[in-house]
Design a protein around this ligand. Structure first.
Ligand code: NAP
Length: 207
């Protein structure tokens, strides 16, 4: 774990491409991770690596930060399966790929905030391919991780991102969540529609 980090209790909801890799990375960085899966037995691979896997409500109950790593259409069910969420930091890692943003909202993050009132929603971990979430780097260089959302949640989420190797860019409050979702659209466009493939991330150059 990097020296500026403390151990955070994190629930990762969803044990797929994103959830599994984030769970591994955060565990390796010294955080206390609990994966919440609808069918914990199907996440036996993570459990065999020593990562706790429970039902989503149990995972959420013992955590300060909850990462939603589920498809956008599953968000409503996933959030409602988590039990009381008041005061928790809720990280939305989802992207509306090939589907519209839920009606009545400018961003998926705003939709999540409406689904979970009383939480501190931060958009993060969505603007890079899942395979690069495991160590926060591409080709040995830190990858760019934009985040935006609630003031009360961003410092903790930024620290989580840095702890797994990312170069975190804190874009600001909820009004900047759309910018983070645009960054994901840019990555997806290049990867899937412009022939770049998935093996890249964005980085920051400094003199
Ligand atoms: N793939 C990427 O490169 C990437 C990168 C950044 C962000 N994202 C975004 O991250 C999210 C997850 O993507 P993914 O690639 O990890 O998808 P995935 O591999 O299909 O995994 C989705 C996970 O969500 C779980 N899930 C579905 N409904 C649920 C519910 N109601 N409660 C709890 N868990 C539920 C699934 O569990 P079951 O096994 O029970 O169905 C599965 O483990 C998506 O919104 C995606 O847009 C993806």
């Amino acid at each position: 774990m990097q020296s500026d980090q403390t151990s955070t209790r994190v629930a990762v909801i969803g044990a797929g491409n994103v959830g599994g890799r984030l769970a591994r990375a955060l565990t390796r960085a010294g955080h206390r991770v609990n994966v919440g899966a609808r069918e914990p037995a199907r996440a036996a691979g993570l459990a065999s690596e020593g990562i706790a896997v429970t039902d989503p409500a149990t995972a959420a109950e013992g955590s300060d930060v909850i990462v939603l790593a589920v498809p956008v259409p599953a968000l409503v069910d996933a959030v409602s399966s988590l039990g009381p969420l008041q005061g928790k930091i809720l990280v939305d890692a989802s992207n509306a790929v090939g589907i519209p943003i839920p009606e009545g909202h400018d961003t998926v993050g705003a939709y999540v905030a409406e689904l979970a009132p009383g939480t501190f929603v931060v958009k993060a971990f969505n603007a890079i391919g899942a395979e690069h979430l495991e160590d926060g780097a591409v080709g040995g260089s830190p990858a760019f991780l934009p985040i935006a959302g609630a003031d009360e949640g961003r410092p903790t989420v930024a620290a989580l991102g840095r702890s797994i190797g990312f170069e975190v860019a804190d874009l600001g409050g909820p009004e900047y969540i759309g910018m983070v979702e645009d960054a994901a659209r840019l990555w997806i466009h290049l990867a899937l529609h412009r022939g770049w493939g998935r093996d890249f991330g964005f980085g920051v150059l400094r003199p």
